[in-house]
Design a protein around this ligand. Sequence first.
Ligand code: ADP
Ligand code: MG
Length: 541
Amino acid sequence: MEITKFEDLQINENIKKAVAEMGFEEPSPIQAKSIPVILEGRDVIGQAQTGTGKTAAFSIPILEMVDSSDKSLQAIVLCPTRELAIQVSQEIRKLAKYMHGIKALPIYGGQPIERQIKALKGGVQIIIGTPGRTIDHIKRRTLKTENVKMVVLDEADEMLDMGFREDIETILENVPDERQTTFFSATMPKAILELTKKYQNNPEHIKVVRKELTVENIKQYYIETRSSNKIEVLSRLIDVYNPKLSVVFCNTKKGADELVGELQGRGYFADALHGDLKQVQRDIVMDKFRNGTIDILVATDVAARGIDVDDVECVFNFDLPQDEEYYVHRIGRTGRAGREGISFSFVYGRDIRKMKDIERYTKSKLIKHPIPTVGDVEEKKVGAFFSEVKRVVEEGKLSKQIQWIENFCEEEETEYSVIDIAAALLKLAMGEEEKEEIIEEKPKKSRKRGKTDETGAREGMVRLFINVGRKQRVQAKDILGAISGEAGISGKTIGTIDVYDKFTFVEVPKKKAKLVIEKMKNKKIKGNKLNIERANKKNKK
Ligand code: ADP
Ligand code: MG
């Protein structure tokens, strides 16, 4: 039977409960394929890309197999690094949250061995160790391997690359022969296959292969934004692109529900589609989406499987998916039936690496998209409003209104121009929200800007101070346009532009600084006369 749900797995209800709490809706392909085989007692070689859930693929069977009333060591997981050992042990502890009497401990070099010995004395059934330290404990007899029933080599390819082969063999020779052995790895080089021949018993090689999928007619963008800004960024993109229908993907049900709440609160017609809903409820949501009662569907991967709607114009990866294949599935909801589609993926910090994997997998490139500014959104809204105005003007039948305006102009003592009145009406009709621009600080890692001078300018650049900013409705693109236009230098050579409330800093090449200052002096941006000078430490922000 092909496994598609955690429900279908023959595992402890308490594990299922923990899995649900961790937000896993369904087993990933490597989990679905390897868990049942390991549970049968067979040795397994599990091969799947990074980030596909291999940890739970071996951890769930470990928890299923461990006897909690027996305090002796029953399972060993070997990991290449201390970080991984800690990470795996955390995942095991989460999975074991509702099980009683199970202890898992990471052991690795660099931590005082006495402390580990003390912890081991308390009775630990599962250790997650780096090879060297595990051998230390075996030699000291602080780890007794007589009752070990399962050995897992996680990231086996990494471990071999790091020269742990001998250590691994020593460990495998020091555990009972009738144990079960599983190898998990992203790649399976020859060296691993040699090891498996020697130490595994008729293993089943489970390989999750990827389908070739095309995403050619989909424009794929990414946007760098931190979590706290995602909802605002999403709203702006929806306002600017105004897609007829869009699907927003979240990685968890909880995330999807929360996002729907937020979007509804902002006046969007959105609803959620996820695994917690009964089939009837899903059908209702899908009907609403098809007939346009809602135009934003917030979905998780499982639920989205059935989405087969032709005019989805945008897909948003509110969370970047765990798996490259999911990515293709997700964005494939748009660009259907020969149409053009657009996808936006929100990324931040660590996601960038995952994104590179996705690019490699899809053999396509995600293009960086800026966060729409308040100005972009306004422009779009005003544009839409004016096309309505145009329609009404062209329809005619305005004589009554014209009469009122004329009366108003004449009766008032101060004379208003018609344009003042039109502006006031526009403001009344559209309202005016004061919205802050989103300033994305770069995550620490990518903040490396090389050497900077005391004003914060990079090498070869100088920072200039300009006396206009957001209060004057000036945006970075205005500054960029003005400088490249007036001084005749390419926009590409202009560095960072930081727009603050009342002033702006811009980086220009050192060689061009004088020219820029000369050309820009006394020019105007948005009606404001410019004062431009070299920034000094004092006005560094
Ligand atoms: P791998 O070892 O294959 O690189 P991990 O086991 O570290 O991948 O899993 C990557 C991420 O995916 C982790 O954050 C994990 O919690 C999450 N994850 C694992 N299984 C699932 C699942 N079935 N559904 C959703 N997320 C999952
Ligand atoms: Mg892993």
